[in-house]
Design a protein around this ligand. Sequence first.
Ligand SMILES: Cc1cc2nc3c(=O)[nH]c(=O)nc-3n(C[C@H](O)[C@H](O)[C@H](O)COP(=O)(O)O)c2cc1C
Length: 482
Amino acid sequence: MSTTTETKTEVEKTAIELISEPLTLQCGLTLPNRLVKCPMQETLAIGPYFDPPMEAFGNLYSKWAKSSYGLIITGQVQVDRRFLSVAGDVCVHEKSLESDILAIWKQWAQTAQSEGTPCIVQIAHPGRMSPMGAGIRPADMPALCPSSVPVKLGDSWLDKMALEKVLGTPKAMEESEIDEVVAMFVHGAVVAREAGFAGCQLHGAHGFLLSQFLSPYTNRRTDSYGGSPENRMKLLRRLVTEIREVCPRPYCLSVKLNSADYMDAGTGLQQDEGLEQVRWLVECGMVDFVEISGGNAENKTSGLHQSFGKKTIDKAPKMRESTRIREAFFTEFAEKVQSLDSPIPIQLSGGFRSRTGMADALDSGICQMIGLGRAAVLEPELPRKVLLNPEYDDELALGMSHIVRGQWLSNMVPIKVIGAGLPIQFFYYNMKRLGKGLSSDPDASIPYVIAMSIWETVSSGWSKSIQQVIATISGGARVKME
Ligand SMILES: Cc1cc2nc3c(=O)[nH]c(=O)nc-3n(C[C@H](O)[C@H](O)[C@H](O)COP(=O)(O)O)c2cc1C
């Protein structure tokens, strides 16, 4: 470790100066620096109400609060407790504004913002990505989707059978159900405000409900919510407008969007349409920043899912000598967004590990905020300890690799809906450790994590059937059985 950071940009800003610069959003919120803890579902809440589990969140969020991020975004909070995306999602519900439940939410907001870093709540609905048994819904109630398009993951009969069991065929939403969802999102935004969070972010990426409306692959409607790029945006436009009416500035409102969903043969959202969606958001005058991501759980050929097993850099590249921002997954799309000359900041998420890679991205103007996901689980204190710490040379200011050990197990499982979802369990497992006040265990392998998950499921006295264990691993119920 040396004592100074020598890399300079044309404007004579060092890498550390670039990432340390405060940023004031249009809502008036000032972020102390450019590093954002990405939304990551913690999978720690317990049904039937899935309120914020403060015993674990006390540890987890105070860790992030003390780690000098410029902004913290919570894991996705579901707006309807019948439909979770994975076991243990936090939910807002009909009682969330009652004083005893709101008190828990206030405690969460207080903990997350205890050191002065603002925190916003990501609110979401999984749509067709809601496994049977996740959330409080009758076994025969299908997941919701703009159109009845089942999830496809693998072509074998085993894949098809497992998918039918886990996700089933979603139901195309009636207009009244869309109205209900809008009201639930607005309620979520209000709960976040009343709890004392600085704002909220709408989850419009990764193949969840809003993204299902935005993509022509899942939105095949012929009414005013589908049929054209303009119509596919109607739900998102309604949400932004109706939340803004109820939660005016200084409440912060953000949207996370996909650059593209990378579905086969161009059947999904393409970058040109994704760009028009960003254009509306940055020009509508109601949103304070947009986070850009990509891909979805149904198609794991891009970004996050591809990189669990991919070896990346060992040493931070020098600024300007690096192959320019290539460390980030969605650079190409971010460059297109840059051409919009956005009046609001863009957060780019996915793939960042090095201080210089982050500084290069900021310096080039493709984004103004840097999202850190897996790094915030593996090394929650990375900003304070390393990235913003001048004692670390640029060359050494680097988060650890995101490679997950034991990938062979996920490749061996013949059922894709289970196998493909295993690497992410490693991060859930580590968030659980942080929630217990332990440190992350980057060496834990997938088989070990799965064994622990099965052990916990069985030993906590839940249903011991094989089906329940599979449901847990593939995203199903975390509901306390009486
Ligand atoms: C365990 C885990 C949970 C995640 N949960 C969410 C989520 O709730 N909402 C969301 O928008 N993205 C979620 N993501 C995606 C991250 O926000 C981020 O976009 C992604 O991890 C890429 O960033 P990274 O390369 O820094 O990890 C999740 C990612 C991981 C690894």
